[in-house]
Write a protein of this length. Structure first.
Length: 750
């Protein structure tokens, strides 16, 4: 079901059929918005309407309104949202058939009209024979749409095409049967401009057939390009596994469709299989390839207790996973929803273009009539006047205006999804142009968000491996975050640890026990002092330097002697320094924001390349919003990058919120851009992609406007043959779509 409830209003997405140009979308949108309690946005490129409604309005009322306007509407079934490739082929087949017919028959008609040497004695009658199927059969969709629109008192691009080609064809019939054009041996040269004089001997079959062929070609390539533009979203929707092997409590395995999986179910993932849904590993260890979901090429190691995401691929060992999210709540489903919502939106510039498209066709018809009257009044003859009017009708296509934003959004957001960047909507793109300051939450954004063993300082004559083995073995039995960091660091370097004896936790100070026959102490310096032990001078210096850098110093002693100092801290991510460099290259000033003390914050800032004056430390979670407001009050346009619940309000307050997808739901909901990877470099990539998408939209709109502004006066002045006008009009739409498709080549890190 496509209906969603948001507060007191309900929201539905309707699949719209029968739209052929941007003015169709504008008409439907206008009709829907006239209903009390309804707010609608109709997207010509995605062929969908996003409608918010309240009060006594029902979905049936919305569908009836669309149908009364002359189009079809229905709620897309969940299966339809994936848009199978076979369905796309079926959809394009009728259009392709008409296009092939039009091209095959129009080419000889145009050739005979353009090359006088081909004009044999009865060439004009062969032209009529070939052009008739083109103007009737091949152009039938234009005539049918024009008739439907006329019944509803409206005019669209199809009206212009239908009237223009029909007028050219009917004039040719009159000239052939009642004028002098049917005379055997009649010839006339092809001209790019419109000639004045008596038109009873002129035929325009090449214009009628050529325009139809050009416009059908434009429509076909436009439709194909639109499908390619939406390919990333369809690929995203199709990423998920179809079936899953569920484990019963008694260990029996059985296979069910993924849709039947429930939260709490445990399922098996063999090497090479997709993980069916979001969950937590409860048994086994492996490497998981998340490239198709996050854009991250390096597989991630997972073990019991680690979270995994649906649609990622298990490339290593056997895993047993407990489902934590299913269906529409999974990360994959939420990504697809965010991408689709973004593609259905409109930028401010596009809303202006839509308003222009809504009145464009009536204005063009009036301009064509005015052109006809002017040429007749100027004594140029009916033929010249008629030809200029037809050229005006055909050249003035608002399709390029309607495609400018949606196609760029479809390609840009789709490419972003492939790279693990989710753009919430076109409004976000406007914000990326303005931001000049990026505020970075430290924990979980610049740093890993977990304690890590960073350094080992053994005393003279002490082996580092022995320190790690004894300290790691003892800490492995403790649940303290610092102890876990030491144990994990030791395990990573040594591979295995001995088992301690007589383990004891000393509250607030550390741990003690027997490891391989050694009496070992690990913890604060005070723990050693209680055993009358003192750190030698070199270890005291190491401890002081570690604490000055904001790190936790852990003392290690055994057999009555202090042997080492370990440094533990929230480690800076390996990619953070490179990310800061990239953000600076985009003209952004990075600011580090943290609740940690000044020493820790400055140490992290120094490591990643943030200036000391741009460090804001010891900030309470509830005060992060005030920091963003203060920066905005200084005239800065602020982007905020965060991942926690305590970042949500600041993300919402910022001019641009970037939520790390590895963070909490609250942060992701508050952000404008979601970075699926926990890599700060993705923030720079996201801003670059958003800016490039906005730039593509602006260039599309510029060329679409420039085309119409330049072409209409030329057509009205008689400087464009109708057939050339048709070719130019078709090219404008294909150009806009092709320009948008260039976004598919966007690469992370470039």
């Amino acid at each position: 079901m496509a209906v969603r409830t948001t507060g007191a209003a309900a929201e539905v997405e309707l699949a719209i059929g029968g739209m052929t140009c941007a003015s169709c979308a504008a008409r439907i949108e206008k009709k829907l918005n006239r209903i009390d309690g309804v707010t609608a946005t109709v997207n010509y490129a995605t062929e969908k309407a996003r409608v918010s409604y309240s009060g006594d309005v029902s979905v049936g009322d919305l569908i009836a309104t669309v149908e009364a306007t002359g189009y079809t509407a229905q709620e897309p079934a969940p299966a339809e949202r994936s848009a199978e490739p076979a369905e796309e082929t079926d959809e394009l087949r009728p259009l392709r058939r008409r296009l092939v017919t039009a091209v095959a028959l129009a080419v000889p008609v145009v050739a005979m009209a353009m090359v006088p040497a081909l004009q044999f004695e009865y060439w004009q009658w062969l032209s009529l024979t070939l052009a008739a199927p083109v103007v009737t059969y091949a152009a039938w969709p234009f005539h049918r749409a024009a008739f439907t629109n006329a019944r509803h008192g409206a005019a669209t691009m199809d009206t212009l095409i239908s009237v223009g080609t029909s007028a050219a064809f009917l004039w040719s019939l009159w000239a052939l049967f009642f004028g002098t054009a049917g005379t055997p041996g009649m010839t006339h040269p092809f001209e790019l401009t419109i000639a004045r004089g008596d038109g009873s001997g002129n035929i325009y079959l090449e214009a009628a057939a050529g325009v139809t062929a050009f416009i059908l070609a434009g429509r076909y390539f436009e439709a194909r390009s639109k499908r390619r533009a939406g390919a990333a979203l369809r690929a995203l929707l199709e990423l998920g596994a179809k079936d899953v092997t569920v484990l019963r409590p008694d260990g029996v395995e059985y296979t069910v469709p993924v849709a039947e999986l429930a939260v709490g179910d445990r399922f098996l993932v063999r090497p090479g299989e997709k993980i069916a849904t979001d969950g937590t590993v409860v048994e086994g260890s492996s490497a998981v390839d998340a490239a198709m979901l996050t854009g991250e090429s390096v597989p991630v190691e997972v073990a019991a207790g680690d979270p995994v995401t649906g649609a990622t691929v298990n490339v290593g060992g056997r895993l047993v996973v407990e489902a934590t999210r299913v269906g529409a709540d999974t990360q994959l489903a939420r990504m697809a929803r965010l991408v689709e919502d973004a593609q259905n939106g409109k930028a401010a510039a596009q809303r202006l273009a839509d308003r222009i498209s809504a009145v464009f066709v009536p204005v063009v018809i009036a301009l064509a009539l005015g052109t006809l009257g002017f040429w007749l009044g100027n004594g140029s003859g009916l033929t010249a006047a008629f030809t200029a009017a037809v050229a005006v009708l055909i050249i003035a296509c608002p399709c390029a205006l309607g495609l400018a934003t949606p196609t760029a959004l479809m390609v840009g957001t789709g490419r972003g999804a492939q790279l693990g960047i989710l753009i919430k909507g076109p409004e976000v793109l406007e914000s990326t142009r303005r931001v000049d300051t990026v505020v970075l939450d430290k924990t979980g954004t610049v740093t890993t968000g977990r304690m890590t063993l960073l350094a080992v300082h053994p005393a003279d004559g002490t082996d580092e491996a022995e320190v790690l083995g004894l300290a790691g073995a003892l800490e492995h039995s403790s649940e303290h975050p610092v102890a876990r960091a030491v144990a994990e660091g030791a395990l990573e370097k040594l591979g295995s640890l001995p088992t301690p004896e007589d383990f004891a936790n000393v509250p607030g100070l550390g741990v003690q026990g027997i490891v391989d026959g050694h009496a070992v102490l690990v913890g604060r310096e005070r723990l050693l002092a209680d055993w009358a032990l003192e750190l030698p001078e070199d270890l005291k210096r190491a401890k002081a330097e570690a604490e000055a850098a904001g790190r936790t110093a852990v003392a290690v002693a055994w057999d009555g002697e202090a042997r080492a100092v370990l440094e533990v801290a929230d480690a800076v991510k390996e990619t953070s320094a490179e990310a800061i460099t990239r953000l600076r290259a985009l003209g952004l000033r990075p600011v580090l924001l943290t609740g940690d003390n000044e020493a820790v914050a400055r140490s992290v800032a120094r490591e990643v390349g943030i200036a000391p004056e741009d460090v804001i430390a010891e900030v309470l979670p509830q005060d992060k919003v005030d920091v963003v407001k203060r920066l905005q009050g200084e005239g800065r346009s602020v982007a905020m990058v965060g991942d926690g619940v305590n970042d949500a309000a600041a993300l919402a307050q910022a001019d641009l919120g970037l939520a790390m997808g590895t963070g909490t739901d609250a942060a992701i909901e508050a952000g404008d851009l979601t970075l699926v990877r926990g890599d700060l470099r993705a923030a720079a990539d996201a801003i670059r992609l958003a800016r490039r998408t906005l730039g593509t939209i602006r260039s599309n709109l510029f060329w679409a406007f420039a085309y119409n502004v330049a072409a209409l006066p030329l057509a009205a002045a008689g400087l464009l043959n109708p057939m050339i006008a048709g070719a130019a009009m078709a090219f404008s739409s294909v150009f806009v779509v092709g320009n948008s498709l260039r976004l598919r080549s966007f690469r992370a890190g470039n």
